[in-house]
Design a protein around this ligand. Sequence first.
Ligand SMILES: *Cc1c(COP(=O)(O)O)cnc(C)c1O
Length: 354
Amino acid sequence: MGTATLTIRLDAIVQNWRALDARSAPGVQTAAVVKADGYGLGAGPVATALAKAGARSFFVAVAEEGAVLRRVLGPGPEIAVFSGHMDGDTGAIREAGLIPLLNSPEQVTRHMDALPGAPFGLQLDSGMNRLGLEPADFAALKDRALAAAPWLVMSHLACADDPAHPQNAAQLAAFRDMTDGLGLRRSLAATGGILLGEAYHFDMTRPGIGLYGGLPFATALQAAELEIPVIQCRDVAPGESVGYGAAFVAARPTRLATLSAGYADGLIRALSGGAVLHAGGVPCPLAGRVSMDLLTVDVTDYVAAQGADPAALQILGPYQGVDVLAEAAGTIGYEILTSLGARYARRHAEAPPA
Ligand SMILES: *Cc1c(COP(=O)(O)O)cnc(C)c1O
């Protein structure tokens, strides 16, 4: 088989959710963010596993994602939409029973006109200046909105992955200024905010990346394992070059493996020259540039140790998590995960490997 295998460890995702849930007080609800198809790992299987483990509320980016998720989860769980109630969303919100997080006075009016009495939340801007009602907008429509009993008021932290950043405390203060004393259910923390401590937890937390094994949740279990088959191996003499641009030149007699995955599978070209793969625990560096469908890897050390060519190499898994790979490409784990391509054979594993 030419396609690589992406194994998604649902057991690890469930354990990460439980570990993040344990960071807040028992009265704080831990939701789950499954936008962008569950950070590339499959919103349906991920949300199903988390619902079975006790998660009752899920967040997606857009109503279309919510409608797909509703068909998978059935009628019970809450599904909230960060982009709110966009023009054209009314049908999906009504039919799938979604909860839009209204971001602007226009969205509040649209929702109340189109679906009077239907549930909604409010997203407030506490300083990130990306989504949400500005304090003045919120003040102006507070009475009307509160009369309709919002499901949640929430805001989002811009710098929560850096606990020392002064913007964390500033956003906390701004959020409290807007919402203290209103008796509303509140949420401020994503993964980073959970790790900042109790003052940030309010009534509900919204972890995403930590569920999927990424920083800033440093003790997360890795949820994605990606194994790529070897198509062929060859010997390359010192001075010979490999791949596009002849960017790698062998410095020693080199055993080279050509693997069946490339930038079309989300192994972005920025990994060229920096990434390391593993075969049976032996680190094997990428040799030269990432191609569309192929990687070339120096397996000399593996062959020296094992006396045979490897059949496949791992680029994500126990030896190397998403953030190590992200670092090699100068990006973040979020981007590595959400770039993982459509061509992989995807396996959702319920239990740890035997
Ligand atoms: C993506 C997102 C989250 C989850 O953030 P992580 O850093 O992945 O935990 C929570 N809230 C909002 C508004 C988001 O956009």
